[in-house]
Design a protein around this ligand. Structure first.
Ligand SMILES: [Zn+2]
Length: 296
């Protein structure tokens, strides 16, 4: 990630405008700001760097949240902050602006901001020009809101192919655990899956646009910690490995060690098939057009 100097400068200008803009302007914006939980006090200067956590030595897992930001995202940030953990947010460019304050807070609290396209199309059905537009507009929106340039993207539905990968030009992050939270909308199920399925190096897919998903996270964080996991961003988990543009990643490689060779006795493994018609999560490093799935 690199800091967008222009965006930071823009943020400072806005702050100045906020200080000198007069009561009438402030009153006009007060409602909007309250609605999105926008921060009006002076924020820290810049986001913290990724932490130096050696995921070869500690048991790491990444929680990822797609399709936001939305009305529940600020509450999710409260939960993550209370737990002292970091996550990765794959966001839609078209909703970033209206929750700009939340996106800025996300970055300042050390979470990873990442690109999930502008409007969630199946990229395999678009022209290269359209794909580029989906990615670039979103990069700009996130940079403007947070001051940070996303380094990672996730194709909607996990749908990608060689041409999309080439056009996107960023590492494509898929997942090893699909909670299917968008489908079941059940706090108890989201909680159970989130605690029991992840394995070391895993990438867990949730959607912070759903209330039930956000409701489940306090217990998921607690349960994963009890299983000995350290919750990190995707970039933190791959630290040391240079992620390649155009490649897809579903989990971080784990060195074979007794610690991670088998699941804890009594815990279900992460490989049990889900009782749904949509099949298993994508695997391997080069899916070729995974069939679209309406909620991902
Ligand atoms: Zn999605």
């Amino acid at each position: 990630m690199r800091i967008g100097n222009l965006a930071v400068a823009g943020g400072l200008l806005l702050l100045v405008a906020g200080c000198w803009g007069g009561e009438e302007k402030q009153a006009r914006h007060a409602g909007e700001q309250a609605a999105v939980g926008e921060q009006t006090s002076r924020p820290p200067a810049k986001p913290p760097p990724p932490r130096k956590i050696d995921c070869d030595r500690v048991k790491c897992v990444s929680l990822t949240f797609d399709d936001g930001p939305g009305p529940h995202t600020a509450r999710l940030l409260d939960t993550l902050k209370a737990g002292g953990v970091r996550a990765t947010f794959f966001m839609l460019g078209e909703v970033v602006q209206e929750h700009a304050g939340v996106v800025r807070r996300m970055a300042l609290e050390g979470h990873e901001v990442a690109n999930h396209t502008w409007s969630h199309p199946d990229l395999t059905g678009l022209s290269p020009k359209e794909v580029r537009s989906q990615i670039e507009r979103t990069q700009k929106a996130i940079r403007n809101a947070s001051g940070v340039e996303p380094a990672l993207m996730r194709p909607p539905y996990g749908a990608t192919n060689d041409e999309v990968g080439r056009t996107v030009g960023m590492p494509q992050i898929l997942w090893s655990v699909d909670t299917k939270d968008w489908q079941f909308r059940s706090v108890s199920r989201d909680t159970k899956v989130g605690i029991t399925k992840p394995e070391r190096g895993g990438i867990v897919l949730y959607h912070d646009v759903h209330k039930e998903s956000v409701d489940s996270i306090p217990k998921v964080v607690e349960g994963l910690k009890k299983r000995g996991f350290t919750l990190v961003t995707v970039t933190e988990m791959f630290r040391g490995e240079q992620l390649k543009p155009r490649e897809t990643y579903t989990e971080a490689p784990v060195e074979a060690e007794p610690l991670s060779a088998s699941p804890t006795p009594g815990s279900p493994t992460g490989t049990a098939p889900e009782p749904t018609p949509t099949g298993t999560s994508p695997t391997g490093t080069s899916p070729t057009g995974t069939s679209p799935n309406p909620g991902q």
